[in-house]
Design a protein around this ligand. Structure first.
Ligand code: IMP
Length: 180
């Protein structure tokens, strides 16, 4: 195990099992329709790559990148789009794919941004949710796992740009996060 990791929270095989179930559910619900999957960069890419390969309906792919103002590892609520969608979403069945929903501020902003472009449908799929941290109500239609209020890295999630390559969802050691 990586020395900066306190423990594995969700092991890779548990993630794969859950992703298969989510993929089956999404494929069933979108039967006969085409999805425009929108990955939120960069945290969602590992999850999205696995999810795409278990979908059996036609999928087009796009990405959006956001950054919160401020340097803290928690969302400030002020979200800035640093890469917007390439595709026109009007009339499309948009499935927004997020790594983790924390306060909900990022998701609320993105949902409003995309809904304003009048997609035929708008749904959210998130790998992780920290419901105890929510400050604004948001709807998650497809969820991998609800977790406690712990800072996690791996399987795409980062701290200061690192640990995205770890194959499991792991709890980062507190002293690493606090820079001790
Ligand atoms: P929100 O706007 O507070 O919901 O924050 C969502 C974003 O914060 C996520 O997309 C992540 O980039 C980041 N984030 C929140 N919690 C964690 C965590 O435990 N590990 C890594 N990133 C996190």
């Amino acid at each position: 195990m990586h020395p900066d990791i306190e423990r594995v929270l969700i092991a890779r095989y548990e993630i794969q099992d859950r992703v298969k179930i989510l993929g089956a559910e999404i494929s069933k619900n979108y039967s006969g329709r085409e999805i425009l999957a929108v990955g939120v960069l960069k945290g969602s890419v590992v999850f999205l790559a696995d999810l795409l390969r278990v979908l059996t309906v036609p999928v087009e792919l796009d990405f959006i990148a956001v950054s919160s103002y401020g340097a803290s590892s928690t969302s400030s609520g002020v979200v800035r789009i640093i890469k917007d969608l390439d595709r026109v979403v009007t009339g499309r069945e948009v499935l927004l794919v997020e790594d983790i929903v924390d306060t909900g501020l990022t998701l609320k902003y993105l949902a409003e941004h995309i809904r304003a472009q009048k997609p035929a449908g708008f749904k959210v799929c998130a790998l992780l949710d920290k419901p105890s941290r929510r400050s604004v109500p948001v709807e998650i239609n497809y969820l991998g796992f609800a977790i406690e209020d712990e800072f996690v890295v791996g399987y795409g999630l980062d701290y200061a740009g690192r640990y995205r390559n770890l194959p499991d969802v792991c709890v980062l050691r507190r002293d690493v996060r606090e820079g001790k």
